[in-house]
Design a protein around this ligand. Sequence first.
Ligand SMILES: NC(=O)c1ccc[n+]([C@@H]2O[C@H](COP(=O)([O-])OP(=O)(O)OC[C@H]3O[C@@H](n4cnc5c(N)ncnc54)[C@H](O)[C@@H]3O)[C@@H](O)[C@H]2O)c1
Length: 457
Amino acid sequence: MPTSHVLPAEGKLGILVVGNGAVATTFITGVLMARKGLAKPIGSMTQYDKIRVGRGADKRYLPYADIVPLARLDDIVFGCWDVYGANAYEAAIYAEVLQPKDIEPVRAELEAIRPMAAAFDRDYARRLTGDNVKRGVGGQLPTRWEMVEALRDDIRRFKSEQGCSRLVVLWAASTEIYVPVDASVHHHLSDLEQAMRSDDRSRIAPSMCYAYAALSEGAPFIMGAPNTTVDIPAMWELAEQTHTPIAGKDFKTGQTLVKSGFAPIIGTRCLGLNGWFSTNILGNRDGLVLDEPANFRTKEVSKLSTLETILKPEAQPELYGNGRPAAQQANVDDAYASHYAHKVRINYYPPRGDNKEGWDNIDIFGWMGYEMQVKINFLCRDSILAAPLCLDLCLLSDLAARAGRYGTQRFLSFFLKSPMHDYTRGEEPVNHLYQQYTMLKNAIREMGGYEADEEMD
Ligand SMILES: NC(=O)c1ccc[n+]([C@@H]2O[C@H](COP(=O)([O-])OP(=O)(O)OC[C@H]3O[C@@H](n4cnc5c(N)ncnc54)[C@H](O)[C@@H]3O)[C@@H](O)[C@H]2O)c1
């Protein structure tokens, strides 16, 4: 029998969610309903997937919990922070993702989840107007360092009041405006701390204060939005120092899930790509925040990165160059000079609420350059797709911590649109869905004391 060296999942696991919006309340409500046997956690790998262990005649397919010690749904305790003071029941009703029949049975438990005051700066999400926010001296915006200290207090208090043995902090709050990586502040932990102490508001996003506080308290931190927060060397240093796992960024839910699953079809069959145009309409608060160009920019960077590492122009210039005939290529001086066209648009359209509709138009070409098109129309539900990822990311980050893993957890790339990787050393992210799945399975196998392999299942 293989031996797993992972510490057992004893005691309660506290999940502190930053944000109490559509994704957070759908996730929390689903877990509370599932453990009462009133709903099924469909889409969750940790609850449904089975991994092959062993080979040949010895092979068996086991659920994750039979390979590694995972926290049980019954042992989870939830807390959250939000800019708006509504409790999780009110927020779930407001989000209009779930029908009342799927919320009412756990109403009392949801009402007990009242958001702690947010570490928030309106310059990072202009469209939000809530006042459940932390205040500094004289009711002013606290400094970034004061935010960190207040958040650390929140985390410690929650842990002791709820009697948790372990915590995980998950960012499911709004996308902040784009903060470009600045080596003078974001590359070294000492510089980051200095910038927090000197209240450098333009380069320290509030989300960095949450991440810093979580890691300092030994809680794994997961970034579900595209924010650069933990995707900077200074945070990797902190994660290493505190032996804490980190994961990010941006839940891979609708359009990008389709993209990272479909692009390998084109690449594996050596078909060519002239362009990929993706557009969406959505009408929830996330859509409202993303209607602000500075916030959309953060999302755009994340969404665009997916294709480039799957269909590489430099590896196959004839297939993934710009698609123009050679004669036209000379003197071309635009963004697509050596590349297929790739555009992503998000449009805020209130009537649809959380039910996002995405259209993808894919211009491909085949034998002798003949052109074809693929159209994908995905009528999805954003938070319904995001909720199982929240559960898996939390349970697997907690597992990673008990396995003694720390820093960026690349095996969690499967769940993320813009997986973290060490870009300072030229490392590339893995965006190919099936390669990501292999990484996930192998990490589970290894943590369970089995051999990693790449055999076909
Ligand atoms: N649903 C998906 O498919 C999906 C996919 C990828 C990423 N995401 C990301 O997940 C996040 C949540 O999405 P959502 O639909 O739940 O949005 P939402 O607007 O319903 O909820 C976000 C909540 O975060 C709160 N918030 C904002 N800044 C905060 C701060 N500094 N501290 C505490 N709370 C803060 C807001 O008040 C809001 O209630 C967004 O960033 C979104 O881009 C969602």
